[in-house]
Design a protein. Structure first.
Length: 649
């Protein structure tokens, strides 16, 4: 085993000869909390050799030594029906090339659903590997008047049993100590039965010996679920929650956004005032601070978006949303697992596409992957906020709701509905005659999530956005700055063109209009002119192929070139310099509507294309996705522009 990874809590690296523990359990059993508790929240991620299923490994300190913890994909059974579940089975059986069979297992089971978990426990113990059963949510079991004697349970099963409350850190230290003794763990004298009829009787005898009493039904959960899972009322509540969600994103983040914008503006002015070299000043002030800062302004919205998503997931609402949407997914020939994958795409299409590995049907996986890029991801948020700010006055309201939040909500609904229709279309094109398999998903009781877990989830997602700002967006901003400032135009040329060389704004505008970037934008004009885009918007749309957020960075630099003192005003008042629309404002309602709809549909993320290639094993489907989404984006943007112009006229 040559995998190398780092551990925050214990330090050290994984090397050959260290014991390797596989963490096994069903989804929502608390497996991730146990993994984070043992490895210190950080883990090395990658793929299993020859397959695209992700693997998570971390190092755990056990006294003076260390061991490797590998978190296997969650599964309810070792009778695999999806790629994720098959990987778990293959790892346990040592059938995966390049991955040794684990030395021992940590089997995680939820104390509140132990009766349902025991058949899976029997399957795992039948693998005859040293196993420690980790019981989670024992605090909740006790709170709901349930009982369990873990020592008696261990005696009945013939393996060590420990109670761990992962999100609070209880029992983690004892589990670390137990890992150091894995070679001497007891094993069952008799292997558990595998016949389904015998397993039920075996499970009842084990539970009786362990003094297990199932928890009382969570009364609050029952009452709330009577509303939230209702086909009508639950759907209405879902839409109300989403509307409040986007109202909050706009309302609470606006003051913070203004503060970040002012900070970057002041930083840019300091660079301009104290850096004498004009090229270095432009590179630092316009390309890096101006370009990257134009995107970083939206960090408050991004973090608030992820915070609200983490809260909704932590409290248990997201699993209810998946249950509700299972009915909708069935109408397009998919199932609730597909909704879980699409739900992941709200953060980013990449994890959404990767989440399709949980789908048993190859056709369902393909249809969901083709639809996932249509879900409104966080990368679109800066673009939407910028354009909606240009389109809708922040003071305008529709009843109790702010108009900006309603427009944002409408764009998210547009993306979700379009994704459903796309999935339906791809299912129709394929063989959709197969019966839908049952969809299993735990509906946990409503809980107050721990602040630590919410903050960790929020920061983990926001960190990916910040990393993109300092890599892809920064590199694109520098390239764009060079394109906007080359070739150089001597003073004689400027004077011959009637430009006042003492007027910095006029010089910057002339330079931008006669730059390589302008040439590139004019080259794309035949494609985008029907949508009302001028060369500056064209450059932004083209740059957004690397990452959607770079559209904001592009407009930030272009507007700064037009008016270095007030780029925001320049963007609002920007006009066509020549042609049939010379002197008219560029960012009119029809043009903004076309831009919003174009970004709602276009596949403008090369990382997503690369993941599609990796998941499908061919360039055929990424090419199909890019082509159909780009064509759909153009057609829908043209319709949006035409309709908006007609309504306005």
């Amino acid at each position: 085993m040559t995998t190398s990874c780092h551990d925050v809590a214990g330090g050290g690296e994984v090397t050959a000869g260290q014991p390797r523990f596989a963490l096994v359990g069903s989804p929502n059993a608390g497996k991730t909390s146990v993994f984070n508790g043992l490895t210190g929240l950080n883990a090395k991620t990658g793929n299993y050799p020859g397959v695209t299923v992700a693997r998570f490994v971390g190092v755990c300190r056990t006294g003076g030594d260390s061991c490797l913890i590998e978190d296997l994909p969650g599964t309810y059974s070792l009778e695999a029906i999806s790629p994720d579940e098959q990987i778990t089975v293959d790892v346990l059986d040592g059938r995966l090339d390049g991955v040794d069979r684990p030395d021992a297992l940590l089997l995680v089971a939820d104390a509140t659903t132990l009766r349902r978990s025991l058949p899976f426990v029997a399957q795992v113990l039948a693998r005859s590997l040293p196993t420690c059963l980790v019981i989670t949510f024992t605090d909740e079991l006790a709170r709901r008047q349930g009982t369990l004697d873990t020592d008696a349970l261990g005696e009945a099963l013939g393996v060590p049993v420990l109670a761990v409350v992962g999100h609070r850190g209880r029992g983690v230290a004892q589990l670390r100590d137990r890992l150091a003794e894995w070679a001497s763990w007891p094993t069952p004298v008799l292997a558990p039965p595998t016949d389904p009829d015998e397993v039920d009787a075996w499970a009842e005898s084990v539970l009786e010996f362990a003094g297990y009493r199932a928890p009382e039904r969570h009364r609050v959960t029952q009452r709330v679920d009577a509303v939230l899972l209702h086909p009508l009322w639950g759907t209405l509540v879902f839409f109300a929650v989403m509307m409040l969600f986007f109202q909050t994103v706009f309302t609470l983040a606006a003051p913070l956004q203004g503060a970040v914008e002012s900070a970057f503006g002041e930083l840019s002015r300091l660079v301009s005032a104290h850096v004498g070299n004009s090229w270095l000043s432009g590179l630092l002030g316009d390309a890096l601070i101006g370009g990257v800062g134009a995107v970083m302004v939206f960090v408050p919205q991004i973090m608030l978006l992820f915070l609200l998503l983490a809260l909704l997931e932590g409290v248990g609402y997201m699993s209810r949303a998946a249950f509700l949407m299972d009915r909708v997914m069935a109408r397009v020939g998919l199932e609730g697992r597909a909704f879980v994958a699409l739900l992941s795409s709200f953060a980013c299409a990449i994890p959404g596409i990767m989440a399709t590995r949980t789908l048993p049907s190859a056709r369902d996986r393909l249809a969901t992957m083709m639809a996932a890029p249509l879900i409104t991801c966080s990368a679109r948020l800066p673009v939407y906020v910028l354009l909606i700010g240009l389109l809708v006055d922040p003071s305008y309201r529709v009843g109790p709701f702010g108009a900006q939040g309603l427009v944002m909500f409408g764009l998210y609904v547009l993306g979700a509905v379009s994704a459903m229709l796309a999935a339906w279309a791809f299912k129709k094109l394929g063989d959709h005659r197969g019966a839908l398999l049952p969809f299993h998903m735990e509906l946990p009781p409503y809980r107050l999530p721990s602040p630590r877990s919410v903050l960790v989830m929020t920061w983990s997602s926001a960190r990916a956005f910040l990393r993109k700002c300092t890599t892809v967006i920064a590199a694109t901003s520098v390239l764009l700055w060079l394109l906007l400032n080359l070739p150089l135009h001597p003073a004689a040329e400027l004077r011959a063109a009637g430009v006042d060389t003492t007027d910095r704004t006029a010089v910057s505008a002339y330079q931008a209009d006669h730059s390589y970037a302008a040439g590139l934008g004019h080259l794309a004009a035949p494609v985008f002119s029907p949508l009302g885009f001028d060369w500056r918007i064209n450059v932004g749309v083209l740059s957004a192929q690397s990452a959607r957020e770079t559209f904001v960075a592009t407009l930030g630099q272009v507007s700064a070139a037009q008016d270095p003192e007030n780029p925001a005003r320049a963007l609002r008042t920007m006009t066509y310099p020549d042609g049939p629309h010379a002197g008219e404002r560029i960012f009119t309602a029809p043009t903004i509507a076309a831009l919003l709809v174009y970004f709602a549909y276009a596949l403008q993320c090369m990382a997503t294309v690369a993941v599609l290639r990796r998941e499908t094993g061919t360039w055929r489907w990424p090419a199909i996705a890019f082509t159909y989404l780009t064509g759909l984006a153009w057609v829908m943007a043209y319709l949006a522009r035409t309709l908006t112009a007609w309504l306005g006229g």
